[in-house]
Design a protein. Structure first.
Length: 330
C-alpha cells in the first residue's frame, strides 16, 4: 500500500511539471527508456519535463539537466529543486539508477539577470556532489570566491502582530514564542546572503536581501535549523531549501564561510538583532557540534517520508559533520 501511494504521488507530481524546453526532439530520441523506467513506479507517470534528461539503462545513469529558467527560480520550485528530485528518483528507483549526473545550462556574469541565483546553484551543487557518492557532474563547476562571507541582521525581524494572521511570518513568530522554553536560544529570519570577501552592494555572490533561515535554535551543543511552510504549501523543494541553509550554517561553524569584523557587525552582536549575538558566540567559540535540520509544516509532500529522510542521513559527509534531517509538524 505504501509503495502504491508513493507511486501515485510521483505520478501526480511529475504530471504537473511544465517547461519551455524544446522537448519534442529529445522525447523522440530518449523518452522510451526513461518512460519505461518511470512506468515501474505507476501508470501514467510522466517525465519531469522542466529538465533536459537522458537515461542510460545499461550503465544505470540518469542525467538531469537544469535549464536557465530553473537556475533563476526559487529553490523550492520544481524547476530549480534538483537536489529534491535527484534524491527522490534515486531513492525510489535505486535498483535502476546507480548514478545521477547533474548537468546545467550556463549563465555568464555578463547576463546579469539571475546571476546571483546561478551562483547559489553553483554552491548548492558543490555541496550536493560532496554529500552523495552516487552524484556526478556533467562538467566542471565554475569557480567560487576564495573567501565567502555572510551578511548579518541590521535590525530585528517583524513581530507577530505585524504579519497577516496565518501567514508564514505569523506562524514563525508564533512557533518561536511557543517553543522558546525548549531551547537555550531560538529566533527567526537569520540572514544567509553570501558575498565575495566583504558585504557590500558590489560584492554579492548569492541573493542576499531576503535570503534567510526561517527559524533557528541552540540547545547545549546542538544547532537546529527549521524550514517552515504554511498551511497547504507542501513543495518537494523544501528539501533543497533546507539543505542549502544547513550547508551554509555548517560552513559558518567550520569557518569556511566567515564574518568580517566591522562596526556594523559589532552593533548587530551588541544589540543581539534576531539573536545574532547568541549565534555569534557559538560561531566564535566552536561550541556547536551537531546540526539538526528540520522540515516544519502542517503536512508534507507525499514523497517526503521518514524513509526518504533516513536515506539522506546515510550521506557520509552528513555523518562526518553530525548533520541529520527530519520532519516535524508545526
Amino acid at each position: 500500500m505504501a509503495q502504491m501511494e508513493v507511486c501515485g504521488a510521483i505520478s501526480m507530481s511529475l504530471r504537473l511539471l511544465t517547461t519551455q524546453y524544446n522537448k519534442k526532439e529529445i522525447m523522440k530520441k530518449e523518452a522510451t527508456d526513461f518512460d519505461v523506467l518511470l512506468s515501474e513506479l505507476g501508470k501514467n507517470v510522466k517525465l519531469p519535463q522542466n529538465y533536459g534528461y537522458h537515461y542510460d539503462k545499461h550503465k544505470k545513469e540518469l542525467t538531469l539537466k537544469l535549464l536557465k529558467r530553473g537556475l533563476k527560480a526559487n529553490m523550492q520550485d520544481d524547476e530549480s529543486a534538483f537536489e529534491s528530485w535527484a534524491i527522490v528518483l534515486k531513492y525510489n528507483l535505486k535498483d535502476k539508477i546507480k548514478t545521477v549526473i547533474i548537468d546545467w545550462e550556463v549563465i555568464s556574469p555578463e547576463e546579469k539577470e539571475g546571476i546571483y541565483h546561478y551562483n547559489r546553484f553553483v554552491y548548492r551543487l558543490a555541496k550536493f556532489s560532496q554529500s552523495f557518492d552516487w552524484v556526478e557532474l556533467a562538467k566542471p563547476l565554475p569557480s567560487m570566491p576564495t573567501t565567502l562571507v555572510c551578511n548579518f541582521p541590521n535590525g530585528d525581524a517583524a513581530k507577530q502582530d505585524e504579519h497577516k494572521p496565518d501567514s508564514e511570518g505569523w506562524i514563525e513568530c508564533m512557533y518561536v514564542e511557543k517553543e522558546k522554553g525548549k531551547y537555550d536560544y531560538i529566533n527567526h529570519q537569520f540572514p544567509v546572503g553570501l558575498f565575495d570577501y566583504k558585504v557590500s552592494s558590489k560584492t554579492y555572490f548569492t541573493t542576499g536581501q531576503k535570503s534567510a533561515i526561517d527559524i533557528w535554535a541552540i540547545k547545549d551543543n546542538k544547532f537546529y535549523v527549521f524550514e517552515l511552510k504554511k498551511l497547504g504549501n507542501k513543495p518537494l523543494g523544501i528539501i533543497s531549501e533546507l539543505m542549502f541553509y544547513t550547508n551554509v550554517v555548517n560552513d559558518l561553524f567550520s569557518h569556511r564561510i566567515q564574518y568580517k569584523t566591522d562596526n556594523k557587525l559589532k552593533k548587530a552582536i551588541e544589540e543581539n538583532y534576531r539573536g545574532f549575538g547568541d549565534f555569534y558566540r557559538a560561531y566564535a567559540n566552536g561550541s556547536v557540534l551537531e546540526i539538526n535540520a528540520i522540515l516544519l509544516a502542517d503536512s508534507f509532500h507525499p514523497l517526503i517520508t521518514n524513509e526518504l529522510l533516513e536515506f539522506i542521513n546515510e550521506s557520509a559527509r552528513f555523518k562526518f559533520f553530525h548533520i541529520s534531517f527530519s520532519k516535524q509538524n508545526v
